[in-house]
Write a protein that binds this ligand. Structure first.
Ligand code: HSE
Length: 309
């Protein structure tokens, strides 16, 4: 195999109560990348379509993640990368994660898989670090493993794949404005009150339990964020009304997708997810900001090969 074309899905991180530790993978929404072997050693980003991003290897998240992999595994060749971006940078649905994970996944496949997808997480995190100044793994993990994932320790790249109830659907409203993760992290407080921490870890543990037991009511009750959302919601136009619209129209819960500005809701069943999408669209139209809506099953597969030669 000399060349590979891959699908690099979008993802929703945090999922309300799981700041920096919880995430899930979306279906259909995502980038494509082509990676091929070349005689010229190193990583060469030849082309990026759909976004104005740097081609220099050291300045590009895909380049930095790929270099981290090659530092640990010497390759007999170099690699050329082409990136076809569909996920906008600063959208809150894992644009940098898709590119970082894509680079290491593609190279790993072309090298005959010296690493498992789980082992690739630590390399992909280097791309996240470049993009946001923080090496979080809550987007790259669901991209590489599919479904829901829980990061027990980002430092140790210790990640657990969680089950996704079969009828769980996500609705994501993406306002077409950019919110940099670094800016959305800058508004956060370094310390939190113990009583808030207790509420947050109660909800996180209950949400994980709800995923295992397919208890949709429990999932809904647990989609609460008392730590991050109060600070970040001010950065997102119309957030409060959108969340209310989603819940009033049958969503189990709703919150900020990653660092925003996208907003997600989870629902039981595709039909409800569609109704929730319509109600969120209706609410957001009054703001005069362009947006798009994605309705998606939780994607169990994650990143995958489209074709190879
Ligand atoms: N957990 C990260 C944050 C995700 O919320 O800052 C960024 O996409």
């Amino acid at each position: 195999m000399n060349e590979i074309k891959i699908f690099c899905p979008a993802s929703v991180a945090n999922v309300s109560c799981g700041f920096d530790v919880l995430g899930f993978c979306l279906d259909q929404v995502g980038d494509e990348m082509i990676i091929r072997k070349t005689d010229k050693k190193g990583i060469h980003i030849l082309k990026i379509e759909g976004q104005d991003l740097p081609l220099e290897t050291h300045k590009n998240v895909a380049g930095v993640a790929a270099l981290a992999l090659l530092e640990e595994h010497e390759a007999p060749c170099g690699f050329e990368i082409e990136i076809y971006k569909k996920i906008k940078a600063g959208s809150g649905i894992g644009s940098s994660a898709a590119s970082s994970a894509g680079a290491v996944f593609g190279i790993n496949e072309l090298l005959g898989r010296p690493f498992t997808n789980k082992e690739l997480i630590k390399f992909a995190m280097k791309g996240e670090e470049l993009a946001s100044g923080s090496a979080h793994a809550d987007n790259v993990s669901p991209v590489l493993l599919g479904g829901f994932t829980l990061v027990r320790s980002a430092k140790q790249a210790d990640v657990i794949a969680l089950p996704s109830p079969s009828e769980l659907y996500a609705t994501v409203l993406h306002p077409k404005i950019e919110l940099k993760t670094s800016d959305a992290r800058a508004v956060l407080k370094k310390n939190i009150l113990l009583e808030k921490a207790i509420e947050q870890w109660g909800n996180l543990a209950a949400l994980v339990s709800g995923l295992y037991s397919e208890d949709y009511e429990l999932i809904g009750r647990s989609l609460v964020d008392v730590v991050i959302e109060p600070h970040r919601s001010a950065l997102i136009p119309g957030f409060k009304n959108l969340k209310e619209a989603a819940i009033q129209n049958g969503a189990l819960g709703s919150g900020i997708s990653g660092s925003g500005p996208s907003i997600f809701a989870l629902s039981k069943g595709e039909n409800t997810a569609q109704i929730v999408g319509k109600s969120m669209s209706k609410e957001f139209k009054s703001l005069d900001i362009d947006f798009e809506i994605h309705i998606s099953k939780i994607n169990p597969k994650g990143i995958h090969i489209i074709s190879s030669k």
